[in-house]
Design a protein around this ligand. Structure first.
Ligand SMILES: [Zn+2]
Length: 450
């Protein structure tokens, strides 16, 4: 038994071949290669198209055809994955479902006739857009003892300071924690880095540079109050301070739920996995790619990798979607918390940044309350956007429904108190300076009428 197969070879000429029932698929493939004067090797893909364009398997099961409707035989060279990646900016990767029927499944690469497709990297774009004049020979800031003592307290009044003053205070913290000496950080670089970070924060009502300063100052305060300053390694201090500074970089003012529902670039690039936190972190590391702002330039490769790992862990932990899981894991450790256990120490760092991030109500009401109004304003703006864009509405951001007193009472009771109380089981001196002020805030919001 045999059958004749009519072929059009790469649109150039027609051939007819005969295959027998004993012919194997491998022999059939070699036969097809020979017809076109190709040497059969694994780098070549054969494709057979029917008259209507359908791709059919290269197999001896192939149906006989007629001279009027020959199968079109084409050859493609396979690409190595590295080649595909390297040309991804200038080539279009076409995945054709029908190709799955092919014996050799490979993505089809065709040169795009239009402009090269570039995957936007929002973090890179943001940092590249920052225009700043790098300064040199900057004088180190000096503050009187009253200010430097106050800086270590949650009662520090951030509203007395302008943003450039906050940068000087951040610089002081790095100096006081001896991070410049330990990591050989050039002071000009630190100053340029902090100014660059300031410019990478957007002017949102809440997620702005002042929030970044508040979180960092609370971290600095907590590690002093609890004597962690004597326990933490320089690396841990560096990770915590840099993570606080970086943790909301380029926050767009709408949360992860919005990013995902609106299918923003951030949600698509990070596949809905903490898109904002991933972005903040990426912006930070792009800032470090500039020599003028690379505060980690003196670190050895190994040290840099450890610091980078720690910062990524800390920033990703600030996604509130992970809050109960992380706090639950930490609570399980508090019974036998061991400072010699690396896993316990890492979890403590995550708790520190998470608690600093939501710590406004540790501050006196006069300092803290404007933040509630700012956050609600940012929420309401998101809700307005959701309505305009026809997205699912976040009920907790609806200006017609939200009441400041109940929102804040619930937040303090169910989010703040559990994490701070868990930390108080492991860290000393938390009650008077941290837990008690939170309870005072709770009482204030429970009595508030608006
Ligand atoms: Zn934050």
């Amino acid at each position: 038994m045999s059958k004749k197969i009519y072929l059009n070879v790469e649109g150039i000429g027609n051939e007819v071949i005969e295959i027998f029932s004993k012919t194997t698929t491998s022999e059939f493939r070699t036969f097809l290669c020979n017809v076109a004067d190709y040497k059969d090797d694994s780098n070549i893909i054969l494709k057979l198209y029917k008259h209507d364009g359908t791709i059919i398997p290269v197999s001896t099961e192939i149906e006989s055809n007629t001279v009027d409707e020959p199968y079109r035989l084409v050859f493609r060279k396979t690409k190595q994955l590295s080649q595909i990646e390297s040309c991804s900016n200038s080539c279009k990767l076409l995945a054709n479902e029908e190709d799955d029927n092919q014996l050799n499944i490979n993505p089809r690469i065709t040169q795009s006739s239009t402009k090269p497709i570039k995957t936007p990297c929002p973090a890179k774009t943001k940092v590249e857009k920052i225009e700043m004049i790098y300064r040199h020979n900057i004088e180190r800031p000096t503050f009187n003892k009253e200010i430097t003592d106050h800086l270590k307290e949650p009662t520090f009044d951030i509203w007395q300071w302008k943003e450039n003053g906050m940068i000087s205070l951040l610089e002081y913290m790095f100096i006081e924690l001896k991070l410049l000496d330990y990591y050989n950080i050039n002071f000009d670089t630190l100053d340029n880095f902090l100014h660059c970070c300031k410019l990478c924060y957007n002017k949102n009502p809440f997620h702005n540079f002042v929030h970044c300063f508040c979180v960092t100052q609370m971290m600095y305060g907590m590690i002093h109050i609890t004597d962690l300053v004597k326990i933490l390694t320089p690396r841990e201090k560096l990770i915590l301070m840099l993570s606080c500074i970086a943790h909301d970089l380029d926050h767009p003012g709408c949360n992860n739920t919005y990013q995902i529902n609106a299918k923003t670039d951030l949600a698509l690039i990070y596949n809905d996995q903490s898109p904002l936190e991933n972005h903040h972190c990426a912006v930070f590391f792009y800032i470090l790619k500039k020599p003028e702002t690379n505060v980690l330039e003196s670190l050895s490769k190994e040290e840099f990798n450890e610091v980078r790992k720690g910062i990524i862990q800390c920033i990703l932990a600030t996604d509130m979607a992970k809050h109960s899981t992380l706090v639950g894991q930490f609570k399980d450790m508090t019974g036998n918390f061991d400072f010699k256990n690396e896993e316990h120490r890492t979890m403590l760092l995550l708790m520190l940044i998470k608690s600093a991030d939501i710590s406004n109500e540790v501050r006196p009401t006069r300092v803290a309350e404007p933040w509630v109004d700012n956050l609600l304003e940012e929420f309401f703006m998101q809700h307005d956007k959701e309505i305009i864009e026809g997205l699912p509405e976040s009920a907790m951001m609806d200006r017609k429904k939200v009441k400041k007193s109940t929102t804040q009472s619930s937040f303090i009771s169910y989010v703040m108190i559990p994490i701070f109380e868990a930390m108080a089981k492991v860290l000393p001196n938390m009650d008077d300076s941290v837990i008690q002020p939170i309870r005072t805030s709770l009482a204030y919001y429970k009595n508030l009428k608006v």
